[in-house]
Structure formats: structure tokens, C-alpha cells
Design a protein around this ligand. Sequence first.
Ligand SMILES: Cc1cc2nc3c(=O)[nH]c(=O)nc-3n(C[C@H](O)[C@H](O)[C@H](O)COP(=O)(O)O)c2cc1C
Length: 223
Amino acid sequence: MAEDREDTAGLLRGLAVLAGPLPEFDPGAAPEEPTALFTAWLAHAVAAGVVEPHAMTLSTVTPEGRPEARVLILKSVDAAGWRFAASTASGKGRDLAHSPHVALTFHWRELGRQVRVSGRAAAEDPARSAADFRARSASARELALLGRQSQVLADPADIDRELGPVRERLAADPGLVPTEWTSYLVAADAVEFWQGAADRRHTRLRYTREPGAGTWRRDCLWP
Ligand SMILES: Cc1cc2nc3c(=O)[nH]c(=O)nc-3n(C[C@H](O)[C@H](O)[C@H](O)COP(=O)(O)O)c2cc1C
């Protein structure tokens, strides 16, 4: 066992990180607000073939004050902020009902880039939540209608048993939307763009929302 752990340490030490080639990032040319830069970096990630560039880590705070993190899909981003969708009955939904404070972390490893968003998540109006739900694939809608996400599953066959009635409900009412399904908008207080470099002289730019002014302060950070 101890030998396995030593082997693992050696294996990890031998792995490359930020091997490149990595793109340049000039913070001096960055736009005044962060969603414009995020959109440009996202487009770059898509064009560069980054796998699942819209997968992000959503961190929340539990009612006990502990951090929880899980990977989720980004639905959209515009000047108002970043959007994702979830059930209010899920673990993340319960956390958000207790505390709106969230962090979103994107890692685009092929480009050596990370974006960290911190802010507050707010539920959007039911029409937007319904539109999000109806745009999901049939199987994603079925599973969401089943609910129970993150509850203990005693027997995998229970899923098939409960899917039957859910499919019948959806067939009878194709526009059906569970009341728990919610689109959340994250309005950021701070956003950090991190461009890794092979020599570890990473380039970091943090946007911080100026209270009341609706403008953003930009600071470069030590690597
Ligand atoms: C690549 C990837 C994408 C995922 N996308 C979603 C998603 O869009 N919605 C979702 O509820 N869970 C998604 N998950 C699963 C979540 O990480 C998590 O397990 C689930 O939402 C339950 O979390 P909760 O108990 O904290 O609510 C994804 C996981 C991965 C690895």
C-alpha cells in the first residue's frame, strides 16, 4: 500500500503541467468589463478545440457554512452575468436557497487558462426557467422530472420503474416543466483571468466591481 502511494507520488511528479504552447494574454488590451473578455476567451477555447469549454465548477455554501463544489454546464453569458439551471430540490438548489454566494471556475487546460467568477446567484423569472427546461434533450427532461437528484439510490431498477410514468406525463403534456426547475443568473463581484506560462510567470487580471458605480476596477496580480 505504502509502495503504491510512493509510486503515485512519482507518477504525479513526472506529469507535465502548462507544457504549452500557450497563448499570449495582454491585460493592457483587456476590455472595461469582464463578460466581454470572458466571451472572447470562450470563443477562443471553442475555436482551439478545448473539450467541454462550457463545463465549470460551481461552488456553493451549505446551510452549515461548508463549501460544496460540482461540475455544471454554463447555459449563457451576457453583460448581466453567467447562467446555469438546476432544480431547487437538488443539493445545489438547497444551498442557493440558503446563501446566494457562489464561485464559478473554468479551466481550459489546452490553453493553460483559468477564469474564476465570484458573486451572487439569483433565480430568474419562470418564463426563462421554462424555456431552459424545454430546450433540454428528452432524456434530460425525463431525468429532471424524476427529481430526487443526489438522494440515495437503493436499486438502479428504481429509475426504470419511475421513468415509465414520467414518460407518460411528458407524452400527455410535452410542454411540462417542473416547478423546481430554475434558471440562475450569477452577477459577479469579481472575475479573475489567469493565463499560465511554462516559466510560471503567469499573467493574472482581476476585475472587481466598484460599489454603486457600475464600473469595474482592473488589477494585475502577482503570479
Ligand atoms: C461534465 C459534467 C457536466 C455536468 N452537468 C450537469 C448539469 O448541467 N446539471 C446537473 O444538475 N448536474 C451536472 N453534472 C453533475 C453534477 O456535477 C452533480 O453531480 C449534480 O448536479 C448533483 O449535485 P448537487 O447534489 O450538489 O446538487 C455534471 C457533471 C459533469 C462531470
